[in-house]
Unconditional design. Structure first.
Length: 666
């Protein structure tokens, strides 16, 4: 494997960059200054939280409020320390009197976070029994916690989410000052704090529960997996499988990002990881810079929808719907395949159109060699999925997958983990989960505010009225709202907001609940490649040396499936394995053919250029093929005529073009 990796690095100019954890920074520092102490505290809190969650996974959760508040307290402490006031990073030592003053404020905020936790746990039984009968101290401490959540959200997630949250807070308390459907009776401050601070409908509701029980362990598992070198193994495997094909580097980008998507939910992180290698190579072989960046951005943004470790919102879908997480994983399989297949189609057609050469197969790593030394890393993903399918809880499944990963890592010196490696990976995982947790707490404020004000029911009725019972209009409004929210909020927060406000409207119009929730989830993710705020595209553009906005526009074109597939599975829930399996298979086949046809239409090429009329014909046939087969055969064959006819037309068109130019692309 060493020889194989060296050859790969020399040939493909790829070298893995090690990201040191805060723990390793603390161990490498000499002397005991402020930065060292901050690093020690951050590493200690993060590792303690990781061990705490591993313990809970095996022995069960303590009292729910104590468990959730302990989780949130630790994450908020990390947020304050990792995102300091007046300095760019925690690594920067306070140098001016102002920075020392701001450092003092950070210290006070950490003490305030701890004080709220101590107040809550000092007499937890008495605290819990005060529902509806709050004392003045409860009001003060609850208000302090809300302010702390908003401040840590501003630091770790961004100001836009704070602004959205403040709108719902102000509306709940002063609804009588609003107009239109927003008008309503105000909520007393005591009742508001009762819901948000004491009860489980607010900050300590479903979002923070899911973050504490499921999300953090899965992120820790992903961090440990990456620490063993799985990221490099995934890239090598993708290159070995696709590098010798037409447009190999771009296809490797798609496959590698799909692999990495199983362990990472961050689109920007995936762009940086795989894009630093694939984008320069795509450019070197002749791809346009903005196309190379867009391919990587689209492939990397698929991580949050890729089973088995999807974005944090997937866990919340399971909790909202009262179904197992494995059910959500299964529902996501076909939409994920459709998305990555569409990018693959685009890459293949673009490579043929531009005459992109293949990589020399002799210079590529061999798949068998890669698997020989990395099969155990893939096996741990199988362990995780197998335990979930067997009926184990997500927490216990993640725990045993982590155990299997650590044990199996010792079979190869390249993947073997030292105690420092293991602790550093655990710390990195908790740090990665911190913004998710803080966002979930902030989303809990939104949910609690909607609960006490009754805005959710009003908004649902208003949206249904605007759509006038038209499902397509309602889906369009939902998609636009989710994309706009996604410009300033995390995917999890977008999903929770849309699920609380609009998903009930979709279900009211007879949309299958899983399809309604998945629609909100998908459109919460799509903002990473949608102008004007397309973070994954901008990150890829920086590597590709292309215009950020033109790369974002190109990303929206290449990632067309992420916009269309949600509509497809709403109208045809068979794509989510809802209904008989034969209907699911038929629907998936028609969808694949349809998206291939759309790729041909968008690229304007199939064994030669297509004139506008032919592109219009292919586009029309593709739309027909994507139409739902409606109901099973018992309702009559005519329901299949349009989609089957469209698919048949695309296939015949492809065959006729192949006969015109039978030479394979080089």
């Amino acid at each position: 494997m060493n020889e194989n990796r060296t050859a790969s690095a020399e040939t493909l100019h790829y070298d893995e960059v090690r990201e040191y954890s805060v723990l390793e920074h603390a161990l490498m520092r000499r002397g005991y200054d402020v930065v060292t102490w901050v690093a020690v505290i951050v590493a200690t809190v993060a590792i303690a939280l990781a061990l705490f969650h591993l313990y809970v996974a095996v022995f069960g959760t303590p009292q729910s409020r104590a468990f959730r508040s302990t989780h949130l307290t630790g994450m908020m402490v990390l947020a304050v320390l990792l995102f300091p006031l007046g300095r760019k990073s925690w690594r920067d030592r306070p140098a001016t009197p102002l920075q020392w003053g701001l450092f003092g404020i950070d210290t006070l905020l950490v003490l305030a976070v701890v004080a709220v936790q101590v107040y809550t746990l000092w007499d937890l039984d008495a605290f819990s029994q005060r529902e509806g009968e709050l004392i003045d101290a409860d009001l003060w401490m609850g208000s302090l916690l809300i302010l702390l959540v908003l401040e840590t959200t501003r630091r770790s997630v961004g100001l836009p989410m704070v602004i959205v949250t403040l709108f719902f807070v102000v509306h709940s308390l002063y609804a009588h000052k609003f107009f239109g459907f927003l008008y309503g009776p105000p909520t007393s401050f005591t009742k508001y704090m009762d819901v948000l601070f004491i009860r489980s409908e607010g900050m300590f509701g479903i979002p923070i529960s899911v973050a504490a029980t499921y999300i953090v362990l899965f992120i820790i598992f992903g961090a440990i997996l990456i620490r063993t070198g799985a990221g490099r193994m995934f890239i090598d495997l993708a290159i070995s499988l696709t590098g010798h094909r037409t447009g190999g580097p771009a296809k490797a980008s798609v496959v590698a990002s799909a692999f990495l998507g199983t362990v990472s939910g961050s689109a920007v992180a995936n762009v940086v990881t795989t894009g630093s290698f694939t984008i320069p190579l795509m450019r070197k072989l002749g791809y346009r810079p903005k196309f190379a960046g867009a391919v990587e951005a689209c492939a990397s943004s698929g991580g949050q929808i890729t089973p088995p470790i999807m974005g944090a919102a997937a866990f919340i879908i399971a909790e909202f719907m009262h179904v197992s997480y494995f059910t959500v994983i299964v529902a996501a399989i076909i939409p994920t395949l459709l998305y990555f297949a569409t990018i693959y189609f685009m890459v293949d057609i673009e490579a043929e159109k531009d005459g992109i050469k293949r990589l020399d197969k002799r210079t590529l790593p061999r798949a068998l060699n890669v698997l020989k030394h990395g099969w155990h890393q893939l096996l741990t993903l199988g362990v995780l999925v197998g335990l979930l399918a067997w009926g184990y809880s997500p927490m216990l499944s993640a725990f045993w997958a982590i155990v299997a990963l650590v044990v199996l890592s010792f079979r190869d010196p390249l993947t073997r983990m030292s105690p420092v490696d293991l602790l550093a990976a655990m710390e990195s995982g908790v740090r990665a989960a911190m913004p998710v947790t803080v966002a979930c707490a902030c989303a809990g404020i939104i949910i609690g505010s909607i609960f006490v004000s009754g805005l959710g029911l009003k908004f649902t009725n208003q949206v249904i009225g605007i759509a006038d019972g038209n499902l397509l209009v309602l889906l369009g409004l939902t998609g636009v709202a989710a994309i706009i929210l996604g410009m300033g909020m995390t995917t999890t927060a977008v999903y929770i907001t849309v699920a609380a406000l609009i998903v009930p409207s979709l279900i009211h119009l007879k949309v299958v609940p899983m399809a309604a929730h998945m629609f909100a989830f998908y459109y919460g993710v799509v903002s990473t490649i949608t102008p004007p705020v397309a973070l994954a595209s901008f990150a890829a553009a920086a590597i590709a040396g292309s215009s950020p906005m033109s790369t974002a526009v190109e990303s929206a074109r290449i990632g067309i499936a992420k916009y269309l597939v949600p509509f497809a599975f709403v109208y045809n829930p068979a794509l989510l394995f809802h209904g008989p399996i034969w209907l699911t298979c038929l629907s998936a086949a028609l969808a694949f053919i349809s998206l291939w046809g759309l790729s041909v239409m968008l690229e304007g090429w199939l064994k030669g250029p297509l004139n506008p009329f032919m592109r219009l014909v292919v586009g029309a046939l593709s739309v027909m093929a994507l139409l739902p087969p409606m109901e099973p055969l018992i309702d009559g064959l005519p329901s299949f005529i349009l989609p089957v006819t469209g698919a048949a037309g695309i296939v015949l068109f492809s065959l006729s073009r192949n006969r015109l130019d039978p030479e394979p692309a080089q």
